[in-house]
Design a protein around this ligand. Structure first.
Ligand SMILES: [Zn+2]
Length: 496
């Protein structure tokens, strides 16, 4: 394919995107979906396995009640209808990380159907339809070793770890989302952000994208205005919120170039490359018939009792949207200011910083200022910018106590995010504390006055504004570590 000079604006002026998202959430249950094996992350390979999750002949699965409850709660939080009767299904395919050669999933009888989730972007609400929420089991993990890239090409050995095989996995599938135009990438990101917040509020998963407990496949298609929807591609395993946005944008640009050249978009899965933001062709997409689904004969059907479902619904926690309204009021922020907090992904960080003792205004200032800038430079989420809410609160307290000026605090924060320790530690190590020794300060003031007799004379004659030059001299002499306000007061006192 030739490279093109298409800009994103070119694309959205002539094409309309339709997106869709399939999100997998690994549930944080103590045991696996169909056996009693533990589910902890990071254990030695193949130490959390048994005959059931290894698919040994004669072993039989038993469904995990906690996983079913968690899935129903996710469905309820997404405004879904909960099936009164449904079954698991066998999805047949061979892959080395799937020891049974089939996956127990759900097919035409999902546990939750037909819901929606409202997503807010720049004051606009987009209602994303939810097609289904179903329950299945995760696969194991294949590691290709001996090569440079960690991919199978060039590897000398492939190793399989079955610890993850059988961990309960909830799949949440949206309906196609048309009509978002140039906003499509942001809508995709906002949807995953909101969904992650909901799952976290429910307490059913730690939803850590970097550990793979929340994984996203992004469907994208393009059509010319007035024409039927285009052929969609599915970009697999997009592993950060930023990448969700980039994956949609990249596919829109790529597909537009194909269509502009008179080509056709092939229905296929594509792999997203975190380093470059590109996608490359994977396999051509299987259709449902390739999987030869049939009802799982080793498990009884699920028939959630309506009164049990009603009690789960009544006990749902406060969901993020409602929660945001409440903290916005408590923090006294305008809609616009709150939107910037939400866009930066800073709601929880600010809350935690306030809980650690800072005022909402101070917490917001640090997270949306220095730390947002750093996260942006590094291309990481705000939470990974290098400081914790507790450290930010501590930093602000040092300012409030007069031990640091705002300017010095920014230097201290640089040290904190560079991994030099907590604020007090960095302040001590770098010798950044405000000069509060009045003797030393008085000496510096006297020196400045002696060195600038004409300026001092002007101040004595009532030209108070001239004192600025003396303040500057003292600040220079103390390497910026004096409190400018205190210095000024001291100078005026001396020259009154
Ligand atoms: Zn097991």
């Amino acid at each position: 394919m030739t490279t093109t000079a298409l800009t994103y604006e070119d694309v959205t002026a002539r094409y309309e995107p339709v997106i869709g998202l399939e999100t997998h959430v690994e549930l944080g249950t103590n045991t696996k979906m169909f056996c009693g094996c533990p589910t902890g992350f990071g254990a030695e390979p193949n130490t959390q396995v048994c005959p059931v999750c290894l698919g040994l002949p004669g072993s039989l699965p038993v469904a995990n009640a906690a996983a079913i409850e968690a899935t129903v709660r996710i469905g309820l939080a997404l405004n879904c209808t909960i099936a009164s009767w449904c079954r698991f299904a066998r999805k047949n395919y061979f892959y080395p990380d799937m020891p049974k050669n089939f996956q127990i999933s759900q097919y035409d009888e999902p546990l939750c159907v037909d819901g929606w989730l409202d997503v807010e972007i720049d004051g606009r609400t987009v209602r994303v339809g939810i097609e289904r929420v179903h329950l299945e089991e995760d696969t194991g993990k294949t590691l290709h070793v001996g090569g440079a890239t960690g991919r199978i090409h060039g590897a000398t050995e492939s190793l399989v770890d079955y610890n993850r095989a059988g961990i309960p996995l909830v799949e949440i599938v949206t309906k196609p989302i048309p009509g978002t135009g140039a906003m499509a990438p942001e809508v995709a990101r906002a949807y995953v952000t909101e969904l992650r917040g909901i799952v976290r509020a429910l307490g059913v998963s730690d939803v850590r994208m970097e550990q793979g407990s929340l994984r996203c496949d992004v469907n994208t298609s393009l059509n010319r205005p007035g024409e039927p929807w285009g052929t969609r591609t599915e970009t697999k395993n997009v592993n950060s919120l930023r990448s969700v946005e980039r994956a949609v944008r990249t596919e829109m640009l790529r597909q537009a170039a194909v269509l502009d050249a008179g080509g056709t978009v092939v229905q296929e899965t594509r792999h997203f490359h975190e380093e470059t933001g590109d996608t490359t062709s994977g396999r051509s997409k299987e259709t449902a018939t390739d999987y030869r689904y049939f009802p799982e004969p080793d498990l009884v059907p699920l028939a959630p009792d309506p009164s049990w479902v009603a009690s789960l619904k009544a006990a749902l926690p406060e969901l993020p949207r409602v929660h945001r309204r409440r903290v916005q009021e408590r923090w006294g922020l305008s809609d616009l200011d709150m939107q910037s907090v939400v866009n930066a992904g800073a709601v929880e960080l600010i809350e935690a910083t306030v809980a650690a003792g800072a005022t909402p205004a101070a917490a917001r200032k640090w997270w949306l200022g220095e730390l947002a800038r750093r996260a942006n430079e590094l291309g990481v989420e705000l939470a990974a910018a290098g400081a914790t809410p507790e450290q930010v609160a501590e930093l602000q307290k040092l300012v409030d106590d007069g031990k640091l000026t705002d300017k010095l605090a920014r230097v201290v924060l640089e040290g904190v995010v560079a991994g030099e320790g907590g604020p007090a530690q960095v302040m001590a190590a770098r010798g950044l504390e405000v000069v509060s020794d009045t003797g030393a300060l008085a000496a510096a003031v006297d020196e400045a006055i002696a060195a600038n007799p004409e300026v001092a004379a002007k101040v004595r004659a009532g030209k108070v504004a001239a004192a600025g030059a003396l303040v500057g001299a003292v600040m220079k002499a103390t390497r910026g570590q004096a409190d400018a306000k205190a210095v000024r007061e001291l100078i005026l006192e001396r020259l009154s």
